[in-house]
Write a protein that binds this ligand. Structure first.
Ligand SMILES: *[C@@H]1O[C@H](CO)[C@@H](O)[C@H](O)[C@H]1NC(C)=O
Ligand SMILES: *[C@@H]1O[C@H](CO)[C@@H](O)[C@H](O)[C@H]1NC(C)=O
Ligand SMILES: *[C@@H]1O[C@H](CO)[C@@H](O)[C@H](O)[C@H]1NC(C)=O
Ligand SMILES: CC(=O)N[C@H]1CO[C@H](CO)[C@@H](O)[C@@H]1O
Length: 587
């Protein structure tokens, strides 16, 4: 409390001082264009005479001379959702029972958070204590609001909104914040909660977070700092964009800021992300694997093409996911259509493979590619839980851009995730593992001795062991050649794609698979208070981790709830989900 009170006064003095300094070289700064003829621009309700620090009053070192304007497309995009027929009453009954079970788990987690970790970032689900992991601004609360609304927990929602209004985004509990995580969880959470409820106070909160994040873009080339020291920024210290930044972190801020620009009719919010996406667009053909961008890029020199590691998986993921989603949110856009199509043409060819599995299932996984010379690449046949989003992305992109091949490939990738869930003793997929690619997608017959030979090769450090003893010791299900991370951290990506594919294709089998995933997950992760991450999905007796990240209630349970809802609840023709499962209204 003491810190919270003292902070703003200190800052006001520092800023006043820096403002004076700044004014000395004011002539070097290009003045921002006045917000001309935009009468409808939204003005947040902020009381200016409170004692809080206001980010929007911090002078910019590098203001923009004219904003890249948000375009409004008149195009009608193709229908995304399947035309669902009327369901039978027995199907409806079973579906509703399943949905109530998801809701029960959600309520249980929420009341433990309310009781034991209120206004902290996370509940610690094993010990029943709390922790701050994302800036200390009540991440679970901000991230879960829209889930509460969707699951018709309106009392909990309103209670949450009241508490949220007290969260002060100038109160920092850690030196550095992750701009991407703050954008997708907090900004995305507030925007979606506003889009659903229409409560203006949530929009004001979204603007408050965005005004803070906007300072991360205040660098000479307007590229944002992705791991950002908030205290230094608040003190007005000079900033430079990073030289090695993850493409996911710099490339997936676009949906949130674009939606904010649409709601507030303020181009400032679109401009800041458009400058980044223009660089991705211009350099898409220049990397070693044209169409894709390397995992790490240089934001300071704006070199987005040099690097040798290419993947749709961790640390790149939502850069690609946001391409078709931006297309949807903008109501069509030739730049995003081109970026999506070129990226997928390449990714399908160089990262996706059919693994050799005992039942010869016709499934796909998405691995990584290495390339040190333009035009050549080698596949790393890794599977990750996180990359399971890719099935849903391709199905959505395929519908929006009329490419049935993408919908089919999206289904095979989703089936790959379902398959790996079913292959482990707990019925839950591990974080990271390897499988053996078949010689071709068409020729893929299980060969046990080939699998064992690969297991031996991968475990080369124990030359004495034979394949069978490695398989036993490592608890490798048939088809897995190694498992390098055995955890399940309550992640959403598999159910996310199962949900999207269900809404897009209408295949009821996907609801059955979702139910199986849900029952296994809720059974194995349940604790006295809530649900916890698992240390090892291949060992039913393994202990749990004392962790429940906010995406469990923000994403995982939301998608489980929605797959058992009527298909017009958050229809994909009316909403687009950000990468934290926050639904934004499509214009
Ligand atoms: C603006 O916020 C104040 C509280 O901060 C509230 O009393 C007032 O009613 C709000 N005005 C509008 C127009 O919402
Ligand atoms: C559909 O996608 C595939 C793979 O990306 C591509 O090869 C094909 O040309 C696309 N078809 C159309 C009609 O765009
Ligand atoms: C299985 O793979 C081994 C090589 O690992 C090969 O010698 C054998 O012929 C294969 N079996 C079949 C039925 O293809
Ligand atoms: C491994 C495991 O527990 N799998 C179970 C997952 O859930 C379904 C029922 O929904 C069971 O049939 C599986 O045995």
């Amino acid at each position: 409390m003491a810190i919270r009170r003292r902070w703003p006064m200190l800052l006001v003095l520092t800023i006043a001082f820096l403002f004076l300094l700044q004014n000395l070289d004011f002539l070097h700064v290009i003045p921002a264009s006045p917000d001309k003829d935009r009468p409808k621009q939204y003005t947040p309700n902020q009381s200016v005479d409170d004692e809080r620090f206001h980010w929007e009053n911090l002078p910019l070192r590098y203001p923009v001379s004219s904003y890249n304007a948000l375009a409004r497309s008149k195009k009608t995009l193709p229908r995304v959702q399947h035309a669902f027929p009327r369901e039978s009453s027995s199907h409806a009954l079973e579906r509703q029972e399943r949905q109530q079970e998801v809701k029960r788990v959600l309520k249980r987690c929420w009341s433990s958070y309310r009781e034991r970790a209120w206004l902290s970032d996370e509940l610690a689900p094993v010990s029943g204590s709390k922790k701050d992991t994302f800036g200390g601004w009540a991440a679970t609360l901000a991230d879960t609001l829209d889930t509460l609304w969707i699951a018709d927990l309106k009392e909990e929602f309103h209670d949450g909104v009241e508490a949220l209004l007290e969260i002060d985004f100038t109160k920092i509990t850690q030196g550095e914040i992750n701009v991407f995580e703050t954008t997708i969880r907090y900004l995305g959470g507030f925007i979606a909660a506003f889009d659903l409820s229409g409560d203006r106070r949530l929009l004001d909160k979204a603007v408050e977070v965005a005004e803070m994040l906007y300072i991360a873009f205040d660098t000479p080339n307007r590229m944002p700092i992705t791991r950002w020291n908030v205290e230094d920024a608040a003190a007005g210290k000079p900033q430079l964009a990073g030289e090695g930044v993850l493409v996911a972190e710099i490339g997936s801020l676009s949906l949130e800021f674009t939606r904010l620009a649409q709601i507030t009719k303020n181009d400032k919010w679109y401009d800041c992300i458009d400058r980044i996406m223009q660089v991705f667009d211009r350099q898409q053909g220049s990397s070693n694997i044209p169409g894709m961008w390397p995992l790490v890029v240089n934001a300071r020199t704006q070199d987005f093409a040099s690097g040798d590691h290419f993947t749709l998986a961790a640390m790149a993921d939502s850069l690609y996911e946001y391409l078709p989603k931006m297309y949807a949110l903008l109501g069509g856009s030739s730049m995003y259509a081109k970026m999506y199509e070129q990226a997928m043409n390449t990714a399908i060819e160089v990262t996706m493979f059919r693994p050799m599995v005992p039942d010869n299932a016709d499934i796909l996984l998405s691995g990584s590619a290495r390339s040190t010379h333009k035009g050549e690449s080698s596949l790393e046949p890794q599977g990750q839980h996180l990359v399971c989003f890719a099935g849903g992305m391709l199905a959505l992109g395929g519908r929006l851009l009329n490419n049935e091949t993408h919908v089919e490939l999206g289904r095979k990738l989703t089936d790959g995730c379902i398959w790996t869930y079913e292959a482990t003793p707990l019925g839950i997929m591990p974080e990271v593992f390897d499988m053996q690619p078949c010689p071709s997608d068409a020729e893929c017959t299980w060969n046990e001795s080939k699998w064992k030979a690969k297991v031996l090769e991968k475990a080369s450090q124990d030359s004495e062991a034979d394949a069978s003893s490695i398989i036993q010791r490592e608890r490798l299900p048939q088809g897995f050649t190694s498992i390098s991370d055995r955890r399940y951290i309550l992640r959403p990506e598999a159910i996310e794609s199962v949900f999207l594919l269900y809404r897009i294709t209408g295949d009821c089998l996907l609801q059955e698979k979702a139910w199986q995933m849900f029952t296994n997950i809720s059974k194995h992760t349940e604790t006295e208070f809530a649900n916890a991450a698992l240390k090892d999905v291949t060992d039913p007796s393994a202990p749990k981790d004392d962790s429940m990240e906010s995406f469990w209630t923000a994403e995982t349970l939301k998608y489980f709830y929605l797959i058992f809802s009527e298909p017009d609840l958050i229809s994909l023709d009316k909403f687009v989900f950000n990468t934290e499962a926050h639904p934004f209204k499509r214009p």
